[in-house]
Design a protein around this ligand. Structure first.
Ligand code: NAD
Ligand code: UDP
Ligand code: UDP
Length: 313
């Protein structure tokens, strides 16, 4: 049994991670400031004596005693992270410094939830971990991209300077139950639009591609990464290499929901990457991991979740 801190634990990915760690018999301290997360995501865990919830902002120091830290605190969807961009950079950078300071003091292992956004609008396809990225430092996505890049730098400097046991995972687009219905991300938008019979909003030509990983596969990979030997730091790509255009995604969702919504085309947001697909050779080799859930199966689960949300609204 390990004492595990999950920052951003009341969010989409964090709540699934807390649930899985509790299932493995660990003691879980879920920390969140509820900026985008909600108590509803973790209400089913509240009765568990091994689960503890703490309202706290990672931008401020935190003194607790734990064995492992998963640092997920950060708004993740463009609408949320662009709402208060200065706070987004602070959360990534000050949050990383505080959690690394904590890990240093208590000698905990610490894992950073980084992102495929560190590759920016990539010139190399698919993206291996060795690719340094093509990121605009002054655009509207920069608060998130550069904040996450700086957090990676801090992790590796704490490793070099203080010999911390660090792990960095670069997460590619992940979807599943407990995504926010209004976070503007493509999977949640398309499903909610399809279920409500509203137009499906395709930004740009819809030819841009993304690779979608189901949340259960992602959580499994994060836990396996934490379990690697101290010499393994990553960064390691975690994602599903299946690549789809946004038009293909929309058509799948229309078929699976049985919706008659129409596709409409809207302007492409600036700095929107044209394509994204992980090279997961390192994860396959080091973690013995690869995604198991096909897009259609994961979408079915996600649609079932959103049907309940939409019906209750
Ligand atoms: P989410 O918004 O659902 O979760 C983020 C959580 O962090 C929320 O519960 C939010 O309230 C909390 N939070 C935000 N700022 C905080 C602060 N200053 N102090 C404490 N808590 C704070 O998003 P998610 O999709 O679950 O993402 C979790 C992590 O994974 C993020 O770090 C994100 O950058 C990373 N990630 C996610 C994806 C994805 O596709 N979902 C892709 C790449 C990286
Ligand atoms: N910190 C924290 N919890 C701890 C130890 C440190 O939140 O248990 C914070 C501390 O406030 C500091 C940051 O982590 O701002 C970095 O700590 P570190 O010891 O690396 O740096 P220093 O305190 O020397 O600036
Ligand atoms: N997108 C879209 N319609 C929407 C929401 C998003 O066509 O209603 C597009 C968006 O422009 C991007 C892709 O879908 O090209 C993925 O967007 P998301 O915000 O989910 O993730 P990210 O851009 O961060 O990968």
């Amino acid at each position: 049994m390990q004492r595990i801190l999950v920052t951003g634990g009341a969010g989409f990915l964090g709540s699934h991670l807390c649930e899985r760690l509790l299932g493995q018999g660990h003691d879980v301290l879920c920390l969140d400031n509820f900026y985008t997360g909600s108590k509803r995501n973790i209400s089913h865990l509240m009765g568990n004596p091994a689960f503890e919830l703490m309202r706290h902002d990672v931008c401020f120091p935190l003194y607790v005693e734990v064995d492992q830290i998963y640092n997920l605190a950060c708004p993740a969807s463009p609408i949320h992270y662009q709402f208060d961009p200065v706070q987004t950079t602070k959360t990534s950078v000050h949050g990383a410094i505080n959690m690394l300071g904590l890990a240093k003091r208590v000698k905990a292992k610490i894992l950073q939830a980084s992102t495929s956004e560190v590759y920016g609008d990539p010139d190399v396809h698919p993206q291996p971990e060795t690719y340094w990225g093509s990121v605009n430092p002054i655009g509207i996505r920069s608060c998130y991209d550069e904040g996450k890049r700086c957090a990676e730098t801090l992790f590796f400097d704490y490793r070099r300077q203080h010999n911390l046991r660090i792990k960095v995972v670069r997460i590619f687009n992940t979807y599943g139950p407990r995504m926010h219905p209004n976070d503007g991300r493509v999977v949640s938008n398309f499903i909610v639009q399809a279920l409500q019979g509203r137009d499906i909003t395709i930004y740009g030509s819809g030819e841009q591609t993304r690779s979608f990983c189901y949340v259960d596969d992602l959580v499994e990979a994060m836990i396996r990464t934490m379990g690697t030997g101290d010499d393994f730091t990553g960064p390691v790509n975690i994602g599903n290499p299946g690549e789809f255009t946004m038009i293909e995604l929309a058509e799948k969702i229309l078929t699976l929901t049985g919706s008659r919504s129409k596709l409409v085309f809207e302007p492409l947001p600036s700095d929107d990457p044209r394509q994204r697909k992980p090279d997961i050779a390192l994860a396959r080799g080091t973690l013995g991991w690869e995604p198991k859930v096909a897009l259609d199966d994961g979408l079915r689960e996600t649609i079932a979740y959103f049907r309940r949300i939409v019906a209750a609204a």
